[in-house]
Design a protein around this ligand. Structure first.
Ligand SMILES: C[S@@+](CC[C@H](N)C(=O)[O-])C[C@H]1O[C@@H](n2cnc3c(N)ncnc32)[C@H](O)[C@@H]1O
Length: 275
């Protein structure tokens, strides 16, 4: 994404044209967000130019702005960290519904492959609106993600861990909600992803191995040891992966099912620990 530099303070119209020329599909919305954010800076014109330049240079909008929204909640997104996708709102809504149905008392949420921590933030917020308190542990293998999640989750335990490897053992058998938005793009399909993702998100955040389900299988195999009776594991998949993912969770001993949202283009597979 390259375009001519904006040498004048960007008017909205000029900025829209520049963003569109650089290939931004939602140029109007992006221009409005950039100008709104620049308007809060000491020198709005210089800030607008800085933000526009970064966007036209190919950075994801959320990294340019420094934040993203998931399920109505704003989270910090730092460079090199996976940008939360709108489709993940289905996982958030499903987790909130399952959490709200759990017996009274504080809920234990474990967000694996947490990236920015957006899922944990949004689920905690949703459950808070239902009068539930949540004890949060979030973990990721990537240092940049752990740093970013720690900013978004003050008061939570945020750890660097290869899935469950370095988690506190006191969580075993206690987790009510285990959200794991694992990487699930098949290795061969990573090259087909939009340039923004390929160039600005770590491969580890995207590549789910041969069929995209390699990390998911590892999570499913260990999840039963960490879930409380009646607790649930939630994973996002593509529509094509759903039948295999349901079978993987069922093979792990969980009561498995799925739900989809066509508008969001989202599929979530849920496995609940019997008992
Ligand atoms: C698709 S992103 C999801 C991030 C976040 N949960 C969200 O929905 O915005 C997957 C994340 O999994 C992390 N990850 C990949 N393999 C991992 C592993 N073996 N252990 C822990 N985290 C891992 C990546 O670093 C990345 O942050």
């Amino acid at each position: 994404m390259h375009g001519p530099p904006v040498s004048q303070p960007a008017t909205e119209e000029a900025l829209v044209r520049r963003l569109r020329a650089a290939g931004c599909v939602f140029a109007e919305e992006e221009a409005a967000l950039i100008l709104e954010q620049a308007g809060t800076a000491a020198d709005p014109a210089a800030e607008a130019e800085r933000l526009a330049g970064a966007r036209v240079g190919g950075l994801p909008l959320e990294v340019v702005l420094g934040w993203a929204e998931l399920a109505g909640v704003r989270v910090v997104v730092e460079p090199g960290v996976f940008v939360p996708r709108r489709r993940t709102e289905l996982m958030v809504a499903t987790a909130v519904e399952l959490g709200a149905a759990r017996p009274e008392g504080p809920l234990v949420l474990l967000d694996l492959c947490c990236g920015s921590g957006a899922v944990a933030v949004a689920v905690t917020h949703g459950l808070g609106r239902r009068g539930r308190t949540v004890e949060v542990t979030a973990a990721d293998l990537d240092d940049a993600a752990v740093r970013c999640a720690a900013r978004n989750l003050p008061g939570a335990r945020v750890l660097r861990s290869d899935l469950f490897a370095d988690l506190p053992v006191d969580l075993q058998g206690r987790v009510d909600l285990l959200t794991a938005n694992v990487p699930y793009v098949p290795t061969g399909a990573v090259a087909l992803m939009p340039r923004e993702a390929r160039e600005h998100e770590p491969r580890m955040a995207l590549d789910g191995g041969d069929d995209g389900l390699v990390v998911l299988r590892r999570v499913a195999a260990q999840a039963p040891a960490w879930l409380a009776p009646g607790g649930s594991l939630l994973v996002e998949t593509s529509e094509e992966q759903e039948p295999t993912a349901v079978a993987v969770l069922a093979d792990a001993g969980l009561d498995a099912g799925s739900r989809a949202d066509d508008e969001l283009g989202a599929t979530v597979v849920v496995g609940t620990q019997p008992g």
